[in-house]
Design a protein around this ligand. Sequence first.
Ligand SMILES: *Cc1c(COP(=O)(O)O)cnc(C)c1O
Length: 432
Amino acid sequence: MRYVSTSGNSPAATFRDSLFSGLAPDGGLYVPERLPEIPASLLKSFEDQSMHSIGREISALFIDDIPPQDLSAIVERAWTFPIPLVPLEENLHLLELFHGPTLAFKDVGARFMAQVLSYYLKKSEKEITILVATSGDTGSAVAQGFFEAPHITVCVLYPTGKISKLQEQQMATLGKNIRAFEVDGTFDDCQRMVKEALSDVDLVRKRNLTTANSMNLGRLIPQIVYYVWGLAQWSKKFSGTDKPTVVVPSGNFGNLTAAVYAKQMGAPIGKLIAATNVNDVVPQYLTSGEYKPRPSLQTYSNAMDVGNPSNLARLRTLFRDNLAELRKHISAISISDDETLAEIQKTYERTGIILDPHTAVGVSAARKSGGAGPVIIAATAHPGKFPEVIERAIGKKIPLPKQLVEAMKRGKVSVRVKADYNALREWLSHRK
Ligand SMILES: *Cc1c(COP(=O)(O)O)cnc(C)c1O
């Protein structure tokens, strides 16, 4: 399997090269040259297989230089938590992707990517350093995902005082191979310092510096796995019925892209619905045919506050930039903050289940779409991460999940630095 750039001006790459480089040299995103098909007999056999063995089979379709037994070890180390398909109401199911250490679906991809990177590094006896600038959530998913991954040091830069205590505790208390830099400045300062480091040729060579952004194929492939797994669970339970619609709460549209890939590969998905908050550039684009990126607005579902979604390039490439084809496969619905709160409240009253604001956008979109058939909604985060919004919606405090209680108890082990690249450079030049 080879990978080509959505911008079309880079040579085809192996999976391994795409993993280490992140973006293609022409600035595009890597996509598979051709999507592999899952043979019907294999698909049927998935109904009786574990998430891990489906993970091995699906990743083997994309990664051809890692033997099956090693892929098994990688997925077993990456996914130490369940991904259950849970009934919500008649015809509505949640695929709960949030049982990992940071309680959001990004754990699934980040932990797989960390294991695969470590695997290749062990073969080459190389050590790398990954730099990430964060305004909160990405840093904690990457830090937790790469925690104790061999041959990798992660440096997370965050603006002091500008992220929540919970977010800080999740990334600045780990120690070992995770270095947290508390920067006296803003998120933009952190991002600038990372960019300066990545263009510092000497340092890049000396420490094998790279980054771990969400456009990396190493995070996309594992997300295909959970759709195939979820649909296999569904088929086993409801064989012979209509294919379910899948609804994906979307920001950068990586998770939706994974669902579209799963469908094109043969997973029994009916329609696909992208659910956004008021940052609705994709719903607007599907309606008007004009793509107009714009600055993002802040909402309750803040991990989806994206004004120029990066993975749309992958979807446009898949459907050869043909709007009619895109519309045939994907519809999109935008949900306001008021509708999000109302959905959390309504679902709680009806079922006793508390949705996080992102999943609530998905459930609300599922209801709005008005279809009569079965629906699976990707549940992207645990409600316990958003206590203020939940309290506003249902008038009750919810207990902090145990992962977060643990994180709150740990002591901080961060390094405070000035918002100046030299401070970071000094540290990276002299320390392990
Ligand atoms: C990142 C995130 C999203 C958006 O996912 P994309 O792949 O960027 O569309 C949705 N919900 C939660 C909780 C997230 O953290």
